[in-house]
Design a protein. Structure first.
Length: 343
């Protein structure tokens, strides 16, 4: 028989998958893999999820594994934390993280601190997940970013995905983790398709919590971001590349623990830093990154001050034109890059 020498290997299959479907795949695979995993929250079962993240799971796994709750965040978050202490692995969905403020005592005082306060005897393997940050036209009480709030608290791990690969790999890692994990998704990304590699389509695919990813290589300036604003940084980098400016874009993926080494290594190469986030400026994720860089060895490689691009320091307005001016846009990132590089 004829040999196969000289023939190209079969091409790896790459699929276009939305963030919504990536999250659905992750939940399905983890519910199937481990019978201790269950999902609870408002509308997650019979309605298939407010954003259809849990589509089909109730029909497949039934009432004991996918549980509709009353509109009582403090109540069902507390039930989930207790279940985790008893040995189950709950995935607690908040319809939006703004509603987690009703349950923040459960997340921080009950979930985050119990392992420490019990000298490691009581683990709390729980995932709190749902949409975070500004959506569109939902005004001040439904638009804050909780990355800095939860990233502030020892005992929690906090992840913030951008792409479909991030969403799937980080959710699977979060469910398997023995610590409480807060997973901050973005509602406006749910319907966005991304390429999902053959590796990422595997049931064994997980993204290690605490590792950033370089989404674009560059030599002139480092842009560090998380969640939806990573996409804005990629757009800004494409525009700036036409003008001869090569931006390195880092997708943090994890807010706590923070992969500051990845940022430091990039600054050694580019000598400039801009952080980009949708949250408020004061005590924000960018503020923490800038402080850590200033305190560490990479500070000596900076040729200009590090700059933050953030949401404006106001409650989110309802009017669209004001909303657009309250959230960083691509043009704001381009302006900041040119200012830092003095061009």
């Amino acid at each position: 028989p004829q040999g196969t020498r000289g023939l190209a290997p079969p091409a790896a299959t790459v699929s276009q998958v939305t963030v919504r479907d990536a999250l659905n795949q992750a939940l399905d695979e983890e519910l199937e893999r481990d019978e201790r995993v269950f999902l609870l929250g408002e509308e997650v079962a019979q309605y298939d999820g407010a954003y259809k993240i849990s589509r089909g799971l109730w029909k497949k796994y039934g009432d004991k594994r996918v549980i509709d709750t009353p509109i009582s965040e403090m109540g069902f978050a507390g039930i989930a934390v207790g279940a985790a202490m008893a040995g189950l692995r709950p995935v607690c969905e908040f319809m939006t993280f703004n509603f987690s403020m009703q349950a923040i005592d459960q997340v921080i005082n009950s979930a985050a601190k119990t392992c420490y306060m019990s000298a490691g005897l009581i683990g709390v393997p729980i995932v709190f997940r749902g949409p975070n940050g500004a959506s569109a036209g939902v005004a001040a009480q439904h638009s804050q970013c909780f990355a800095a709030w939860y990233g502030h608290c020892p005992g929690l791990k906090v992840v913030s995905p951008w792409s479909a690969e991030d969403a799937k790999g980080l959710l699977k890692a979060a469910i398997r983790d023995d610590n409480p994990v807060v997973m901050l998704e973005n509602e406006l990304l749910y319907g966005v398709p991304f390429e999902l590699s053959e590796q990422a389509q595997s049931k064994d695919f997980v993204i290690p919590i605490g590792k950033a990813k370089i989404e674009r290589q560059g030599t002139h300036i480092t842009l560090v971001s998380h969640s939806r604003l990573v996409g804005y940084c990629m757009e800004a980098a494409s525009v700036l590349a036409k003008e001869g400016v090569e931006c390195e874009v880092i997708n943090m993926r994890t807010i706590r623990p923070m992969d500051i080494e990845a940022v430091e290594a990039s600054i050694v190469k580019t000598n400039h830093l801009i952080t980009v986030e949708g949250g408020w400026p004061q005590f924000g994720v960018g503020a923490e990154i800038c402080a850590r860089i200033m305190e560490g060895p990479a500070f000596n490689y900076l040729d200009a001050p590090a700059v933050r691009v953030t949401g404006t320091d106001v409650p989110m307005p309802y009017a669209k034109i004001l909303e657009d001016n309250s959230v960083p846009q691509v043009k704001d990132i381009i302006f900041a890059v040119k200012k830092v590089l003095n061009i």
